[in-house]
Design a protein around this ligand. Structure first.
Ligand code: ADP
Length: 482
């Protein structure tokens, strides 16, 4: 694999590596150093439209292929990504900052969607339904919805693309992709791998550039039949409104505010390790990251002590250094937000048990010490807004009734976690938490074969599993009189 996308300021449209119409570019920054590592086309309306032209022209070609043929391309793409995973992971670390081990984990996870949906492509079954007249037959077809626009975030620059694009392609849709402006290079590396897999031109297109212009062009275009988005609730709502004019199908994976509930019968070590994995992975920048930790009164002190002890051991540093466990925050505004959550909590009486400061050894990057807070109150900002950083506020609770009510008291509903060794507790909390994903003694629930998605303002639709492919299919009912 060559670094040509990084070197040539090109994006991938209609099977060609092209410049933006106006020839403009924008820089990509390494969040660990603040230095520019490359640049990509600064595409706008016209570029977005050309990508839709390509995807629209390719739609009959791609949807006309057999499921087995589509499966073949998806598997080839999967293999091309894994064959080049070190190179792609390195680019991912450079533009996103996460530790290399996590980047490699993300590439494997990203590829797993291609393999899973290569299989699911073959199982898009229809139905026959008993009719109410003897000379009628009722058939149900499941058909691809059409050109799909995928808008993706920077925190998982590879996986958020394949999680959307794999089921879309499996269903027979063609795609236009707009990666986040912070992490376009990984997306272009995935496009390189797709090119190696030999997809027909126009089936997969990647446009980098201005989010508002590209987003608006795709929302307005009646040929785009589906918008699939991961990102902030704010932008998700905007897209939902924008999709209304042409009544597009939409799926949204939005923000979260995940509670972790540690019951007194939990295995303490497992609960501490689980909280650390859920909270500090990707420096706290995942939408299913623990955002608040409720610990039952009787075990609060030993839990906090152990959590702080383990948190202090985490190594903050550059993602490419093998011992690094916590990388930088994505940019200054991310850092300022996390800092403001800590400051607001402290001003309202919270205590910093460990961390709380910027690590100054790294010029140009925003690295924050992993932080544990106690004496936290439900009114604090950190308890209401998504922090997206390495800060764990820890609170106490008395009993299940109370903690479930507090856990559900949020407009978000993406992921929630509970640690317990009691089966009854495990079932009751699983049923009563108003969240799309519940991890019981499991801080890492994301896998290709399970439906990922949120309740309430955390989103619409599901990604992954056999459920994920339905988001890209229309149901057609045929009533046939013989
Ligand atoms: P975050 O706060 O995590 O950066 P955003 O929701 O701002 O989340 O970004 C997620 C994705 O949405 C990115 O690809 C970004 O460029 C894109 N985006 C942001 N604003 C818009 C918009 N108005 N229209 C379309 N896409 C947008």
């Amino acid at each position: 694999m060559a670094y040509h996308t990084v070197l040539l300021n090109r994006m991938y449209v209609n099977g060609k590596w092209v410049r933006a119409k106006g020839n403009q570019t924008f820089p990509v920054t390494n969040p660990a150093t603040g230095k520019t590592i490359g640049s990509v086309p600064d595409g706008g309306k016209e570029d977005a439209r050309l990508a839709v032209d390509a995807a629209h022209a390719a739609f009959p070609v791609w949807s006309g292929k057999t499921a087995e043929e589509r499966s073949y391309y998806l598997r080839k793409w999967h293999d091309a990504i894994l064959d080049n995973k070190n190179e792609i992971a390195e680019i991912l670390v450079l533009e996103q900052g996460k530790p290399m081990k996590e980047a490699l984990g993300e590439i494997t996870y990203a590829a797993s969607f291609l393999l899973w949906y290569a299989e699911e492509a073959k199982r898009i079954y229809g139905e026959t339904i008993p009719a109410s007249a003897p000379d009628k037959r009722i058939l149900v077809f499941r058909q691809p919805v059409g050109v799909t626009a995928a808008i993706t975030p920077w925190n998982f620059p590879a996986a958020m693309i394949t999680r959307k694009v794999a089921p879309a392609l499996a269903a027979g849709c063609t795609v236009v992709i707009k990666p986040a402006e912070q992490t376009p290079l990984t997306a272009l590396k995935l496009a390189e791998a797709a090119e190696m897999a030999g997809f027909p031109r126009g089936v997969i297109n990647v446009v980098t550039g201005n989010p508002e212009e590209i987003g608006a062009a795709w929302l307005e275009d009646p040929r785009v039949r589906k918008i699939t988005f991961t990102g902030s609730t704010e932008v998700g709502k905007l897209l939902m409104k924008g999709a209304a004019d042409t009544v597009k199908k939409i799926s949204l994976e939005l923000g979260g505010h995940a509670p972790v509930i540690v019951f007194e019968d939990a295995d303490l070590d497992l609960a501490v390790q689980g909280t650390i994995l859920s909270k500090f992975r990707n420096a706290g920048q995942t939408c299913i990251c623990a955002n608040r930790v409720y610990v039952q009164e009787s075990i609060f002190e030993p839990f906090v002590e152990k959590l702080a002890e383990e948190t202090k051991k985490l190594v903050v540093g550059y993602g490419l250094e093998p011992e690094t466990q916590i990388g930088p925050l994505i940019d200054e505004s991310a850092y300022l937000k996390v800092k403001s959550h800590i400051e607001n909590a402290v001003a309202m009486g919270a205590k910093i048990v460990c961390g709380g400061n910027r690590v100054n050894d790294f010029e140009g990057g925003y690295f924050l010490e992993p932080t544990v807070l106690t004496d936290v109150k439900d009114e604090m900002k950190i308890m209401k807004e998504e922090t997206f950083g390495p800060v764990a506020p820890v609170l106490t609770f008395r009993d299940m009734e109370e903690v479930i009510e507090r856990a559900n008291d949020t407009p978000y509903g993406l992921a929630a976690y509970a640690f317990t060794s009691n089966l009854r507790t495990a079932f009751l909390v699983s049923e009563r938490l108003e969240y799309g994903i519940v991890g019981i003694n499991d801080p890492l629930p994301s896998v290709a074969q399970a439906p990922f998605g949120g309740f309430k303002e955390s989103g619409l639709g599901r990604e992954g599993g056999h459920h994920g492919i339905d988001e890209f299919l229309e149901i057609k009912y045929v009533s046939m009189k013989l």
